[in-house]
Design a protein around this ligand. Sequence first.
Ligand SMILES: Cc1cc2nc3c(=O)[nH]c(=O)nc-3n(C[C@H](O)[C@H](O)[C@H](O)COP(=O)(O)OP(=O)(O)OC[C@H]3O[C@@H](n4cnc5c(N)ncnc54)[C@H](O)[C@@H]3O)c2cc1C
Ligand code: SF4
Length: 509
Amino acid sequence: MLFTYNDITKDVVERPDVCIIGSGAGGAAMADVLSGAGLDVVVLEEGGYYTKDRYSTYKPAVAMKILYRDYGGTIAFGKNPIMLPLGKAVGGTTVINSGTCFRTPDSILKDWAERYGVENASSKDMEPYFKQVEKKINVTQVSPQVLGKNGLVFKRGADALGMSNGMLMHNMINCHGCGRCAFGCPHDAKQAVHLNFIPSALEHGARVYANARAENITVEAGRVTRIQGSIINEQTGNKLFGLNVFPKLLVVSAGAIYTPYILEKNNINLSPELGRNLTIHPAVRITAMFDEIIEGYKGVPQGSYVDAYASEGIMLEGIFVPPEIGLPILAPIGKKNKEIAMAYDHLAAFGVMVSDKNSYGRVKVGIDKRPFITYHFDPYDFKKLVKGIAIASEIFFAAGAKTVNPSIYGIREFTSPDDIAQLFTKKVPLTSVEMMAFHPLGTARMGETKDHSVVNSYGKAHGLDNLFISDGSIFPSSLGVNPQVTIMSFAIRNAQYIVENKKALLNHG
Ligand SMILES: Cc1cc2nc3c(=O)[nH]c(=O)nc-3n(C[C@H](O)[C@H](O)[C@H](O)COP(=O)(O)OP(=O)(O)OC[C@H]3O[C@@H](n4cnc5c(N)ncnc54)[C@H](O)[C@@H]3O)c2cc1C
Ligand code: SF4
C-alpha cells in the first residue's frame, strides 16, 4: 500500500522487519529486493507522491517548487557557492533527473578495492546487478529521432574535430523528446524508480508512506530500536500526525546530504568519516548562439556526450532547460535578457563535468539545525574544469556557432575560436565561474577499515548491527559518470546480503 498524508487519520505505528528512510535510487531498489524476499518493509519518504497526471499540469518553475528540495536551492558553500539541487518525492532525485545511465567504470571499482578494501565488487561481481537494474529501469540508447538539435549540433562539432562522442544510454520507454526530464516526465517515459522498483515493492506487500519525515532515531544497547517522525501536510508543511516505527533493521537511504545529516543530528556518529569526503562532480554550462534554429527545448535535454577526455576526468553531456528557467539564469534583467529571449530558438547548451579528484566537501548539522554543506574546489580539479570549458567552446565553434558564452564572469562571450586561448593566458579565478553539481556522493563511504570508512563493503554500519546505508553516500570516490545505476546496483547487491544474513541481522537476542 502507498499512503499519502490524505490517507492518514491518526498517528502511525509500524513494527516491520525493515524500515527504509528515503525512496530514491538507493531506497527503492532496497525496498523491492527485501520485500520480494518476504521481509516486511516500511518506506518513509518526506516528499509527496506525484504521478504524470500531476506533472503534466506543472510548469517547470512550479515543478521545481514541488519536486525539488528547497525549490532546488540547496547550496554547497566554499570560495564559490555551488548549486546542488536534490529531489524530494516518492522516487527521490530520480523523478527529476535527466535519465542518463552509466555502469560504474572498471577503474573506479578497482580503486575502491585497492584503496578502501571494498570486497566482492569487481566489474565481474557487479555485472549481474548492473543487468538487473538495466532491465528493471529499461536502459536503452537515446534514438536520433528524439535527440533534438541541441545534441545534434554538438555531435556535428565533435565529429568535425574527431572527438569521441555518442548518444547516451537512458532509462526510457517511448520517449516523446519533450525536453522536460528535470521537471518530472509528463509521459512516464523516463523510468524513475517510482515507476518500477516502488510499484514492485508495493506488490510484494511493502508499505510506502509519502509525506512522512523521519526525525529521531533511537539506539539502545548497540541497536536501532525506533524511528520517530511526522506525517506532513504537503501544502502547508505542517505536522499532521506522529509516526513511530519499531523495525528490526533500519536502512538509511536519504541521499548523500541527508543521510549523514540525520545520523549526526541523532548523535549516531558511526565514524569520524561520517559527513566527510563529499564529492559532487562539479559542472558548468556552456551556451552558444547559432544562425540556424536549434529549438534546444525540443528533444532529450541530456541525449549525447563527448568522452574524448574522460580519462582526464572531463565528461561533456547535453543540458538544456526551457526559457522560463534558462532566461533568469543566463541574463535575469535588462537588454541582454531581451536579446537572449528573442534568440532563444537559436541557443544551444552543453554541460562540462569534472571528477573531483583532490576536491572534497563535508556535510554537518548547521547552527540552524539544517544541513550545512561545504566544498573545497581544489586548483587541480578547477584546471580540468577550465580545460573542459575550452573543449566545449571549441566544439561549438566547429559546429558553426557565432558566439560562445563560457559562463565566466569577467570574460566576454567568445566571438571566434581565437578567443578561447584567453582561458589559459588570463587568470580565471575560481569565484568567476558559475558552477553547479548534481551528483553528491561519499559522505558515509564503504570499506573494510573502520578508521577510514563508515559502512562495510555491503553497506552495514561499522559498530551497529542493524543499521545499513543504501544511497549515494557509500561510494568512496567520484565516479566520473552519472551515478544512478551504480546506486541502484549496489542497493540490490546489499539487499541480497541482508536477505542472505537475515537471521543474524534481524533476530537479535
Ligand atoms: C537535476 C538532476 C539531474 C540528474 N541527472 C542524472 C542522470 O541523468 N543520471 C544519473 O545517474 N544521475 C542523475 N542525477 C543524480 C541522481 O538522480 C542521484 O544521484 C540519485 O537519485 C541519488 O540517489 P539516492 O538514493 O542517493 O538519493 P535520492 O534519490 O535523492 O533519494 C533520497 C530520498 O530521501 C528522502 N529523504 C531525505 N531525508 C528524509 C527523511 N528525514 N525522512 C524521509 N525521507 C527523507 C528525500 O526526500 C529523497 O526523496 C541527477 C540529479 C539532479 C539533481
Ligand atoms: S524528453 Fe520528455 S518524454 Fe522523454 S523522458 Fe524526458 S520528459 Fe520524458
